[in-house]
Design a protein around this ligand. Structure first.
Ligand code: NAD
Ligand code: DAU
Length: 351
């Protein structure tokens, strides 16, 4: 194998799309997916590639320093794409500690292991840290986040991601670790855990349950199809400038309530319901504490320097996503019942 690549968090939503892309497009790479399999990690996201010769799965907790060192010792990686994280803002409000452990300490453990293994020969190595636009805080009506925007995280989740970004840059400047960072806007698409807005709403509409809209539904997010994010990650990993940061976004801002209305109309069509039926499920609920008002990314650096651009038009991407959830009912049911958590034992016990 030409290169050994560690992808952390590859059983999660975005990680599973990145793992699939790398396993399929780079048969000359050995792709090692290291994941703790928290509630958000689901190996059933990647059953199609699990028996590929250039793929390995390692169940590890990145908070465990020794386990991370042992993993580097075992594989001697050439590159790291670090996605593993606690990722849900609402959970960071009810239980912030896990976010500090995984997102900050876990990242430091990976940085230290990479530094130790690459210090004598950093040439051609790369530590790629996947981050979020939430580190920049909240925008007013105007403007966009650029790579130069000052950090202003406001939730335990975004503060933990901001800390990890700072640490990654510190390891670059102080220890010369070859790093690159990208900060992306809200992703949507197949395999997203049904606690996030779009899959939660799809599932509730399907089951004629209330769709919880926080506050007045006026908060704005910039939505990007997950495979477009995976393509950007591929480009940045291979052609990004060491030490640089790239913003990734859909140039696709939606007020939550308008997005939910669009989703309702798509679902009415798909489920052969009278137009307007699903909208009746919209229920305004108590706002998220510290709810950021607006995120919007300026991704012109990535577009101009690496030639990236987002592909599907939003309603087409949303329809594709709805179709995926409606035709993968087993995937969803196994998550809702907790059955998916037994998959690892079934597939990997005794290996
Ligand atoms: P996710 O919650 O779906 O998946 C996270 C994965 O990390 C899971 O497989 C989980 O098991 C694993 N993990 C968690 N803690 C771990 C630990 N201690 N050790 C090893 N593995 C662990 O997350 P996602 O939405 O796919 O996000 C992936 C990354 O992208 C995160 O770093 C997130 O901050 C970032 N990001 C997400 C979005 C988005 O819209 N979802 C946007 C921008 C950036
Ligand atoms: O911007 C990138 C970030 O996007 C990522 O870093 C995070 O990992 C990811 O979870 C996402 O964060 P958000 O908080 O924006 O996503 P979420 O799907 O939780 O919420 C989207 C918007 O919808 C937000 O304004 C809150 C609102 N919302 C969410 C849920 C779950 C509701 O109104 N009702 C809901 O039930």
């Amino acid at each position: 194998m030409k290169k050994k690549i560690l992808i952390t968090g590859g059983a999660g939503f975005i990680g599973s799309h990145v793992v699939r892309r790398f396993v399929k497009n780079y048969p000359e790479y050995l792709v090692v997916n290291a994941d703790k399999l928290t509630y958000a990690g689901n190996l059933e996201n990647i059953t199609d590639i699990e028996s590929s010769v250039n793929y390995r799965f390692e169940k590890i907790d990145i908070v465990n320093k020794q386990a991370v060192l042992d993993l580097f010792e075992k594989y001697n990686f050439d590159g790291v794409i670090h996605l593993a994280a606690e990722s849900h803002v609402d959970r960071s409000i009810t239980g912030p500690d896990e976010f500090v452990f995984t997102n900050i300490i876990g990242t430091v453990n990976l940085l230290n292991a990479a530094r130790l293994h690459w210090k004598d020969n950093p040439e051609g190595k790369l530590f790629y840290h996947i981050s979020t636009d939430e580190v920049y805080g909240s925008l007013g009506k105007e403007g966009f986040f650029t790579e130069e925007t000052s950090y202003d995280p406001r939730s335990p989740y975004s503060a933990s991601k901001a800390s990890s970004d700072h640490l990654v840059r510190a390891w670059h400047h102080t220890f010369g670790l070859p790093v690159v960072i990208s900060n992306c806007s809200n992703n949507y698409g197949p395999n997203q855990f049904p606690e996030k807005l779009i899959p939660l709403a799809i599932n509730n509409i399907k089951n004629s349950k209330p769709i919880p809209v926080y506050g007045k539904g006026e908060n704005i997010r910039d939505w990007l199809f997950v495979e477009d994010h995976a393509i950007a990650i591929d480009m940045i990993f291979h052609r990004g400038k060491v030490g640089d940061t790239y913003n990734i976004g859909g140039n696709n801002e939606w007020k939550n309530i308008d997005l939910i209305r669009l989703l309702c109309s798509i679902m009415d069509k798909k489920l052969n319901r009278e137009p307007g039926t699903s909208e009746e499920l919209i229920t305004y609920v108590k706002d998220r504490p510290g709810h950021d008002m607006r995120y919007a990314i300026d991704s012109s650096k990535l577009q101009n320097e690496l030639g990236w651009s987002p592909i599907p038009e939003f309603s087409a991407g949303l329809e594709k996503t709805v179709d995926w959830y409606l035709s993968n009912t087993r995937w969803l049911e196994r998550i809702l019942s907790g059955e998916y958590e037994k998959y690892y034992d079934m597939m990997y016990s005794g290996r």
